[in-house]
Design a protein around this ligand. Structure first.
Ligand code: MLT
Length: 272
């Protein structure tokens, strides 16, 4: 259970869910972004284990080692899978941390299971739903994935996912992100992309959020810019905003120490 590399599997709802369960103590549920997988949280899992916390980290359906169950994987599906995983592990409540798509899943999780959420971390995400142009862009990406696989997606998105400085100075991070994207299953990624297209507007959820919330954003994120984070911060009453310098969308990989320190401080405040 404490070996960070040890992936476990459990049959949950209509999928065989891959996950990592590492460390001991109050639980943080990590929800990865798109089209990534649970390995993006390795640095945070190590940092939390060392600080006396437990990390539960699923591969959301269609990504990593969890297969999709159909042509669309909704945010609701993914949130229900995560809750079923907590049931399986006999965990009542968690602090829920989502990045980007994982943030949409965190909103859905908090909406469906409010009593199970002790705190929220929303990173590189946003509350409003997509407009028609954004929805059309997602459908175009789905067609590209299904026709040509994930390489064109990695070529098109890497410059937006990582800050200029990361791309110049951290080739290992560039490689990790590229590898996660290119190893994603195109059908699974397409199902998740369709799920994001169909997601609802979470703006009203913001004012209903009563748990302590940490909002994290990369100063240079062109995908979910600082203004999206400020929008959430203005509406979630018990929230704090952390802007990470020299990072774009993949804040936890680009500046892992800064990100993990912010998580551990937040967890310590919430649980001690
Ligand atoms: C992500 O990183 O999860 C995606 O950029 C989210 C999105 O496309 O809205």
């Amino acid at each position: 259970m404490n070996d960070i590399s040890q992936t476990q599997f459990v049959a949950i709802r209509d999928v065989e869910l891959a996950f990592i369960d590492a460390g001991e103590g109050p639980v943080m549920l990590f929800l990865h972004g798109f089209p990534f997988d649970k390995s993006m949280w390795d640095g945070q899992i190590k940092a939390l284990s060392a600080a006396g916390f437990r990390a539960v980290v699923p591969d959301l359906r269609g990504l990593g080692e969890t297969k999709a169950a159909g042509e669309i994987s909704t945010m609701d599906d993914m949130a229900r899978d995560a809750a079923a995983l907590l049931d399986h592990l006999q965990i009542d409540e968690a602090i829920v941390c989502g990045l980007s798509m994982g943030g949409y899943v965190a909103f859905e999780f908090a909406h469906l299971f409010p009593s199970r959420v002790r705190g929220l971390v929303l990173s590189g995400t946003r509350a409003p739903a997509d407009n028609e142009q954004e929805k059309a862009g997602r459908e175009q990406q789905v067609q590209t994935m299904l026709r040509a696989g994930m390489v064109p997606i990695s070529i098109a998105t890497l410059p937006k996912l990582l800050a200029e400085r990361t791309r110049a100075d951290k080739p290992d991070v560039v490689k990790r992100v590229r590898t996660m994207i290119t190893l994603s299953n195109p059908k699974g990624a397409a199902a998740a992309q369709r799920g994001m297209t169909a997601r609802r507007d979470y703006t009203e959820d913001l004012t209903n959020t009563n748990v302590p919330t940490l909002i994290i954003v990369g100063r240079e994120d062109p995908i979910r810019p600082v203004s999206d984070a400020e929008f959430m911060h203005e509406r979630i009453r018990n929230s704090r905003l952390e802007i990470i310098e020299d990072a774009a969308h993949m804040t936890n990989l680009e500046q892992p120490e800064v990100f993990s320190d912010a998580l551990v401080s937040f967890l310590n405040e919430l649980t001690h």
